[in-house]
Design a protein around this ligand. Structure first.
Ligand code: PTT
Ligand code: SF4
Length: 612
């Protein structure tokens, strides 16, 4: 088999055993890697109904056939498990040296099972796997933990680690790597913590199997230069993702005060221009020539790396417009290993709930110092408030009552990305039908919608665009595994990706083959969902209720008086289901599953929920 090592490393933390397992060529071609591997492995190996924070859950770390080869932006890695936040399949994608080190150690993926007896560090060094005590680093923040590991294993080691948030099983704890990388929003860090696994270190020295290594090297070196030049020419990485903030503010799409408002006159104080001016350094993932991580000094003089989502959800959404204070909140999330996005939405929901009188408490929008304290309470699960905040906004809303669920800015339990869709129906749909809960990774339709289509439209073209983007972003990029930024931000051609896939594997795939793979993956995630939630209805694909509320409409600005309309949204959802071949509940039909080659998995899911 070319392009894949053909091996998965299976590690059991309970009895400290490991084995190298091989997979078939058919498995490789059907699921490709990354998210594809993870959805299939977890579907086959997890029993529905298990506690995501119990030893039965498994953590999958998965790479793709172009991971570790000299090609642009391939230093990424998928981490997946049953999510403690949403209760079904969850995953994330982070930049890390694990991407090439694990492949050089001879594996395309790793499955971590069981639970350690004591805090543990897993050390993988080519064919050696060591289960080492981690008492010395348990309780340390992710920066200190990372430094300790670099000191012991060298800076070239691939590292995944967790902070206090993961250790204390905060439901939105992430996994961290390198200086500023983080991933696994739906609680992948909490799953590591539940297994008492503080860190994974990986080093490898073997060649990565490639069908045409000489051609790959030649093309890769040229393409790395080309991407760099495209970035220089466009100037994108001057502001990187934070360039979006000023635009969102202008088009009334920025989250302000728990998404109640859509713009703010002080937004310029935390925009990309300000960030670029305050820049201390630039970081990025391995194998990247358009590095996008901008760091600044926060209020306490720590170095803190900010992206758009972090600035908007820890800044404008909390009514905080001092860049160094936003930096401090971001630094704390990184240090504790909490997802900045869910943390921001959970804090904003809490301030909103207090303001609405749904709960008593001391936290107001704009209070950065109290927000810092609350992040610490959540990370340590300290006291009633800390424990509440550690649960995420949906569970808090259920506890508070008073119609609070409508104000919890989440879908399927996963908090939103920073796009305020009070009156942006296509992006609202994209959140509603994102495979793992509200995430912009799947279909970032907002630019298409506001630049190429009318904002008012709930027409089928928006459903079609969501599907097109899901196939590209949530399907192809997540299974190959590569960063999507060269394509989305610099216009680097999509054809490059089947080209790399074919040179690595010796196959002859087209983009259409990639879309077929993507649809299979989306079908499988739905099967995960209905096994856990057999009563699933289309209401699960709705964005937060407050966006449909006329009383919540803007009173001034470009979308004054506008809000999402329930009947029209439902029609748009139906367009999406029709175009995908899903039934009225948003579930793939038996016929579609057969076409996608997953009828057997459909029959397994049917033990829990009936298919049409
Ligand atoms: C991703 C999500 C994002 S998406 C951001 S900012 W973004 C937040 N970053 C966090 C952070 O930082 N620290 C922290 N403690 N929590 C954080 N939570 C949030 O996590 C990230 C980049 C970015 S920056 C984006 S859009 C792109 N995402 C990609 C993706 O999802 N897939 C892919 N194939 N390529 C991508 N390229 C870009 O990667 P999750 P990273 Mg992250 C500090 O993982 O769970 O998917 O959530 O990975 O290495 O930090 O790069 O404006
Ligand atoms: Fe990583 Fe940014 Fe480069 Fe993508 S563009 S590979 S997220 S540094």
């Amino acid at each position: 088999m070319k392009g894949w090592t053909g091996n998965i490393l299976r590690v059991n933390l309970s009895d400290k055993t490991w084995k190298k397992e091989s997979f078939s060529e058919e498995f490789a071609r059907t699921w490709v890697g990354g998210r594809g591997f993870a959805v299939k492995i977890l579907f086959d190996e997890l029993k529905p109904g298990i506690d995501p924070l119990g030893p039965e859950n498994k953590l999958v770390v998965a790479l793709g056939p172009i991971s570790g080869i000299p090609a642009p932006n391939t230093g990424k890695c998928v981490v997946a498990a049953k999510s403690p936040l949403t209760g079904f399949y969850g995953d994330g994608n982070l930049g890390t040296r694990v991407s090439d080190q694990l492949r050089k150690a001879g594996y395309d993926a790793m499955i971590i099972e069981g639970k350690a007896e004591k805090p543990m560090l897993l050390n993988i060094d080519d064919d050696k796997v060591e289960f080492l005590g981690a008492e010395e680093i348990w309780g340390k923040g992710t920066y200190a933990c990372n430094e300790w590991i670099y000191g012991k294993y060298g800076k070239n080691a691939g590292v995944l680690n967790i902070g206090l948030g993961g250790e204390n099983m905060v439901r939105y704890a992430v996994i961290r790597s390198m200086e500023g990388r983080a991933g696994g929003r739906p609680g992948m860090g909490a799953v590591m913590g539940s297994k008492l696994l503080k860190a994974i270190v990986v080093k490898g020295t073997k060649p990565i199997p490639q069908a045409d290594p000489d051609e790959l090297k030649k093309i890769g070196i040229g393409d790395l230069k080309e991407v760099h030049q495209l970035d220089r020419k466009s100037g994108w990485s001057r502001q990187s993702t934070t360039g979006v903030l000023a635009w969102c503010n202008e088009v009334a799409g920025l989250p302000v005060e728990n998404f109640r408002k859509t713009s703010h006159p002080d937004a310029w104080k935390i925009d990309g221009e300000r960030l670029d001016k305050a820049r201390v350094a630039t970081y990025g993932c391995p194998s990247c020539t358009m590095k996008c991580g901008i760091t600044i000094h926060d209020k306490e003089k720590h170095e803190s790396e900010l992206d758009y989502e972090n600035v908007a959800l820890l800044g404008s959404n909390l009514n905080i417009f001092e860049l160094d204070q936003v930096g401090s909140l971001n630094y704390l999330c990184d240090e504790y290993g909490l997802d900045t996005m869910s943390a921001g939405c959970t804090l904003s929901f809490y301030a909103d709930a207090i303001a609405r009188g749904a709960v008593e408490g001391s936290f107001k929008f704009g209070d950065a110092e109290r927000a810092k304290e609350l992040l610490g309470l959540a990370a340590r699960r300290e006291g009633k408030v800390g424990n509440l905040l550690a649960e995420g906004s949906l569970r808090m809303a259920k506890e508070f009552g008073h119609n609070s669920e409508a104000y919890a800015m989440q879908v399927k339990g996963l908090e939103l990305a920073a796009y305020n869709c009070k009156f942006i129906p296509g992006q609202a749909l994209s959140f509603g039908v994102a495979a793992i809960g509200a995430h912009h990774r799947e279909a970032w339709i907002i630019t298409f919608e506001l630049k190429n289509s009318t904002r008012e439209s709930y027409g089928p073209e928006k459903a079609a665009k969501v599907i097109e983007l899901q196939r590209i972003r949530g399907g192809m990029f997540e299974s190959l595994v590569a960063c999507r930024f060269p394509w989305i931000e610099l216009g680097w051609k999509l054809d490059n990706y089947p080209k790399y896939f074919n040179l690595a594997t010796g196959l002859n795939w087209t983009l259409d083959d990639m879309w077929q793979l993507a649809d299979r993956i989306y079908g499988m995630i739905k099967l995960h969902y209905i096994r856990e939630f057999p009563e699933a209805t289309r209401k699960g694909d709705y964005p937060p209720g407050v966006w449909f509320d006329p009383a919540n409409a803007d009173t001034e600005g470009p979308i004054a008086g506008k809000h999402l309309e329930t009947e029209k949204y439902d029609q748009l959802l139906q367009h999406y289901y029709d175009q995908r071949g899903y039934d009225q509940r948003g579930i793939p039909t038996r016929e579609l599953l057969a076409k996608l080659g997953i009828a057997k998995e459909g029959a397994e899911a049917e033990k829990y929920a009936k298919l049409n």
